[in-house]
Design a protein around this ligand. Structure first.
Ligand code: AMP
Length: 290
């Protein structure tokens, strides 16, 4: 069941596949190397950066679009998560994607599915503490997508810094034969990281949202001036966030880039990360320190 969609105005068309058998057949004929960009759709400039990087490095580019129910907790935004397949297909066609895989839930999790991938403590700190089970869902769906698509390279955004660490651990621990490529975060001119969830923000919240970037930048600048005390870097981020009345910080973190354990001193790099609740959306951002 592979369809060809003529995107409006574009000379290119993109193949779409929804079931496992057609995916396997089409995948087998794709010239390598094959790059996979896993997404939940509602594609924006951040996703496009991943697609363009894959396009530059791979002979064939596959984009998966799947809003993964396993990575949403009860009461989270699974039902209202933005979905716009037509616009996504136009974006994929315009950026030279060869194949879009848009499975439904039973295609990824057939009836009776019960095996999950648990990365241990890495998945229970930071986002994992705020969203129990989230990284089990991420690790499980990424493992299934990698197995179904069998890419040579898979592309992930630095924006979701803990996800990068978790997926790296899965690939290492399960000896998966894929290379991971991490693409820098794409930001609005005012510093706000592009995210499908930015669409939830009111005008006032949107105006306040760059506070995440400002908090990270303040800590990055202190680090550049020689600050190595992790607690002072956390305090700096908290101080910037506290000045924004619409923002309620969930956590600020200065953690080891491999274990995600909170650091006392930054002497071998670190991952700065934070999560902030606004009335209409919860936003995350991060910044790796070398
Ligand atoms: P999502 O559709 O939110 O699951 O994201 C799919 C991929 O795009 C993930 O690897 C994200 O980290 C990446 N991504 C999302 N937003 C950005 C951004 N602003 N810059 C770079 N990558 C991003």
């Amino acid at each position: 069941m592979a369809a060809v969609l003529p995107p409006d105005g574009s000379a290119r068309s993109v193949r779409i596949v929804r079931d496992r058998a057609s995916l396997a057949a089409i995948r087998a004929a794709l010239p390598g190397p094959v790059g996979l960009v896993p997404t939940m759709g509602a594609l924006h400039g951040g996703h496009v950066a991943l697609i363009e990087r894959a396009r530059a490095e791979c002979a064939s580019v596959v984009v998966s679009i799947f809003v993964n129910p396993m990575q949403f907790g009860p009461g989270e935004d699974y039902e209202r998560y933005p979905r716009d397949l037509e616009a996504d297909l136009r974006t994929c066609a315009a950026h030279g994607v060869d194949l879009v895989f848009t499975p439904d839930v039973p295609t990824i999790y057939p009836p009776g599915h019960s095996t999950t991938v648990d990365v241990g403590p890495l998945g229970t700190v930071l986002e994992g503490a705020a969203r129990p089970g989230h990284f089990r869902g991420v690790a499980t769906v990424v493992t299934i997508l990698l197995d179904l698509v069998r890419p040579d390279l898979a592309y992930f955004g630095q924006k979701d810094g803990q996800q990068v660490v978790v997926v790296g651990r899965v690939v290492r621990d399960l000896a998966l034969a894929v290379g991971l490529v991490v693409v820098p975060t794409v930001r609005e001119p005012d510093g706000l990281a592009l995210s499908s969830r930015n669409a939830y923000l009111s005008a006032a919240e949107r105006a306040a949202a760059p506070v995440l970037y400002r908090a990270l930048r303040a800590a990055v600048d202190d680090y550049a001036r020689g600050e190595r005390d992790a607690e002072r870097l956390r305090a700096r981020m908290r101080e910037v966030l506290a000045a924004e009345p619409l923002a309620r910080p969930d956590y600020v973190s200065v953690a080891d880039r491999e274990t995600l354990e909170e650091l006392a001193a930054v002497d071998r790099g670190a991952l700065l990360s934070l999560a902030v609740r606004f009335p209409s959306a919860r936003l995350i951002d991060c910044w790796p320190l070398d």
